[in-house]
Design a binder for this molecule. Sequence first.
Ligand SMILES: [Fe+2]
Length: 440
Amino acid sequence: MSRRYPLHQLVHRTLFRRLAVLAVLLAVVMGGAAFLHGRHQAQHRAVAQAHDRIAVIRAEYGQAIGEGLAPAAAFDAAMDVMMTMTFENHSGRFAYAVFFDESGDFYAFHPANHPLADAAALAVGDNRSIRPGIGEASARVVRIEGHPTVQLVVPMAGIDGSLAAWVSGVFVLSDAAASALIREPLIMAGGIMGVIALTTLLLYPVILRLARRLASYSGDLLEANLEMMEVLGCAIAKRDSDTDAHNYRVTIYAVRLAEREGLSPATMQTLIKGGFLHDVGKIGIRDDILLKPGKLTDAEYAVMKTHVEHGLDIVGRSRWLEDALAIVGGHHEKYDGGGYPERAPGDLIPITARIFAIADVFDALGSARPYKDSLPYDRIVAILEEGRGSHFDPALLTSFLQIAPRLHAELTPLAVEELREKLQDITQRYFNAELERVLV
Ligand SMILES: [Fe+2]
């Protein structure tokens, strides 16, 4: 069989599709992880900037306490100092803060004219139950009215270093810091996605070349197997009927019936192999029996029937052909158990062999041989009907007879080369799937 598999396009299409899916999946997962990591980092930085202010408050508070100020006054003084200081990073400012102790007394700090002051005061009220110990702190990034803020609760030590009070405040990020909270994770995720896309694009030609080489080897191997199968089928046809037409037609009939039954591509492959090789065992039958023009004697018929065992012996030596054993071994079995060699009945006969038996007899009756003429279509159908339930699977026969008129009209007028072309199209369709599996 000539090479007709569009291997390069097949590899390109399959590989491109799979790599694209893989790259998109990887980009989504890795990009998502980078976004979350970037957001965490940006939030961590915002919290650190809020803590910078708290550190100033703590230091000033401690100093004021040391100078003998009451805690509330010390806090007020510390806030004043902090608010007048200039920080290197203009990352935001407190919208509201309170200073409170166990008794609940507190001092509230209201910076002038902050648009989020009222909402920040409510948030601080909600956080009153959060009371971290010395060395701890609570800090969360929370949006208030759509604007990102850092809500902090930190402990304040008294003059003896023990826990004396807490500061709870809402630090509102500046517009620049707020946009960095979005921009930085997006840049990080975009960078990762870009690296994945670039890596995929760079690797693609390398993988494509390797995959094409591998697929090419596999295609050569498949082609060699198909050629050897056709050579064997042709060899026995030359001895038996001097034409390959029967092999081609019977295979096409069988595949069309299997398609009608909705069977798998693997089954089609089995039918194609079995179609070529079902009678390969006849190579082991003596000419005086194989080519005898008249009716065989019982002894001669017994010898003729051994072509099934010869066929199993020949085909069984190839792992690639092993699925065809079902047809080679089962194509003379009958539905009522009256066939040979196993006398298997009904569903114990593989479905491929049951399909093939119908196709084989249908074509044999319609073919002229040295010892007989071809029968007209109506007579062929009548003989098949006589074998319903005894020779043939009745359900499969019913199904076949619905497509038989069209198939008979389509194939009977065709020359051997035209039949060969038609079968090559079928073979290409069903064995392409085998090539695609190489790329999995
Ligand atoms: Fe046979």
